[in-house]
Design a binder for this molecule. Structure first.
Ligand SMILES: NC(=O)c1ccc[n+]([C@@H]2O[C@H](COP(=O)([O-])OP(=O)(O)OC[C@H]3O[C@@H](n4cnc5c(N)ncnc54)[C@H](O)[C@@H]3O)[C@@H](O)[C@H]2O)c1
Ligand SMILES: *[C@@H]1O[C@H](CO)[C@@H](O)[C@H](O)[C@H]1NC(C)=O
Length: 452
């Protein structure tokens, strides 16, 4: 899909002009002050025009800011003509129409992302209708998102290119399709990047989520919503394993805080509007088509390139451990949550009765020290890592995660079945095939396989 032309500048000027017209129509100004006013105005307009041309709009952040992260401040993509035409509507309808009796019609946000692409394929495979939404931001290499999109396109899944904060676009989608469910996975992910670009977390994880909920609550019928929270909400929790009833009021990163805020916001929309909402606390999800900003991914890259890797240990010289969860297990959990989601009770913005509100851990229930992760990778890549052990900086990471998944098992039979060695073998197989790595990798990992 082609990127529509940037209309934000002209729209801003239009808004400004109508503001000016309003000022003009007030009768309070006498003739002379009117003249002075007009001269000032003209000067101001010329200056604005000058600055608008000279500097790109909305980039006041000195750090690297992916272009789409501020789009909640800019105009709707939908206001241009590429979205909203008859051909576009046809694609939207076709993609979201279920092919099984009583099939779902699911809007998957973040469909070009790691978990979103896997869930979209799984839903489509079993006969549900799937429409994707993604802004293809460059938090990590967008070519990976495009490659996932190509895979989805092959399976008749259309991804609308747009932002969560684009209310007219979301409203249009709900006008065209009576979605039964929303699987909301779009977010600014990553714990460490929050110190570099905090606003992107607020923009996508809070403002974007609220925008989606506003549109969903007004829709008729209201969809049921399953969305991605995170194990990071447990923050400095010291209980082991982490259970849903443990405290989550000590986030260690802004990322965690925005996910926790999401859980509270979900409560509000459930309470006021009768939206059925399920939050899933994912624990370090990994696998084929994964995220390049995660340790297992960049360790693989660095080991293959002979670069040293940083291995964190805690302040007390203990090893950092993670409850790594394989993507296929997480996908099953997402589908289980969708299948057991009740209908929302409201319609057209009015609550009719109490609605379901749930939160579940989706983890693997067996934490693995990062050193063990590295030695599995060394074996699979047939290459020794240059290990550089350092004390974990206080940048938002927590030393340890471990999920109690009893609740998800009880309510929808969630049972992770893939251990880290098995899952990493599948990841490495994908990695060498996707990036065309050959030399030192063992024979049995060389065959390619399209992962769904
Ligand atoms: N992978 C994990 O280990 C993990 C752990 C806990 C929680 N999560 C959560 O699960 C969800 C999916 O994570 P993932 O690993 O697939 O990440 P991802 O970054 O691969 O996928 C997120 C997708 O959302 C899109 N997106 C971001 N902001 C958007 C916006 N404002 N409008 C439209 N699209 C937007 C991105 O372009 C991306 O393709 C996220 O909410 C993440 O916070 C992931
Ligand atoms: C796990 O969670 C369940 C249900 O939430 C709870 O009853 C149980 O006590 C927890 N187990 C542990 C070991 O914390």
């Amino acid at each position: 899909m082609a990127t529509p032309p940037d209309t934000s500048k002209t729209v801003k000027l239009e808004r400004y002009n109508s503001y000016v017209r309003k000022l003009h129509s007030t009768k309070l100004l006498n003739a002379s002050s009117k003249l002075l006013f007009r001269v000032t105005l003209l000067t101001a307009l010329v200056l604005i025009l000058f600055f608008t041309i000279k500097y790109p709009p909305l980039s006041d952040n000195p750090h690297h800011v992916p272009p789409h992260h501020h789009s909640f401040l800019s105009t709707s993509l939908f206001s241009s003509t590429s979205a909203g035409g008859a051909a576009w509507e046809k694609q939207v309808r076709h993609s979201s129409t279920p092919r099984r009796p009583n099939g779902f019609s699911v809007l998957v946000t973040g469909a070009a992302g790691f978990i979103g692409s896997h869930c979209s394929l799984a839903l489509k495979k079993r006969g549900d209708g799937v429409l994707g939404l993604d802004n293809f931001n460059d938090y990590y290499d967008p070519s990976l998102k495009r490659a996932r999109q190509n895979l989805l396109t092959k399976h008749q899944i259309f991804i609308v290119e747009g932002d969560l904060n684009d209310a007219p676009l979301l409203t249009k989608l709900f006008d065209v399709v009576p979605f039964t469910h929303v699987l909301h996975l779009a977010a600014q992910a990553g714990v460490r990047y929050a110190m570099q670009n905090p606003q992107s977390y607020v923009g996508s994880n809070i403002a974007g989520f609220v925008n989606l909920l506003e549109v969903a609550k007004a829709a008729n019928p209201q969809p049921s919503i399953v969305w991605a929270s995170s194990s990071s909400v447990y923050g400095l929790n010291t209980e082991n394993p982490f259970s849903e009833r443990d405290r989550t009021d000590q986030p260690a990163s802004l990322y965690a805080a925005t996910k926790k805020a999401g859980e509270e916001i979900a409560h509000t929309y459930n309470h006021i509007y009768g939206l059925a909402l399920t939050g899933l606390r994912f624990f370090t999800v990994y696998g084929p088509w994964g995220r390049p900003d995660m340790a297992y991914f960049f360790f693989t890259k660095d080991i293959l390139q002979g670069k040293p890797i940083d291995i964190y240990q805690t302040q007390y010289q203990k090893e950092v451990a993670r409850d790594f969860t394989y993507i296929d297990d997480v996908v099953k959990g997402c589908l289980g949550a969708l299948d057991t989601a009740d209908k929302s009770t409201g319609s057209g913005g009015k609550k009719k009765g109490p609605a379901q509100l749930r939160v579940y851990n989706l983890g693997n229930t067996s934490p693995v020290p990062v050193g063990r992760l590295v030695s599995i990778l060394e074996g699979l890549l047939n290459t020794k890592a240059k290990k550089h052990v350092i004390t974990m900086p206080r940048n938002g990471d927590v030393p340890f995660t471990h999920a109690n998944v009893t609740l998800a098992y009880k309510d929808f039979g969630y049972k992770p079945t893939t251990d880290l060695a098995t899952g990493l073998r599948k990841f490495v197989k994908w990695y060498v095939s996707y990036f065309g790595v050959q030399p030192r990798v063992k024979k049995e990992t060389q065959h390619t396989e399209e992962s769904g």
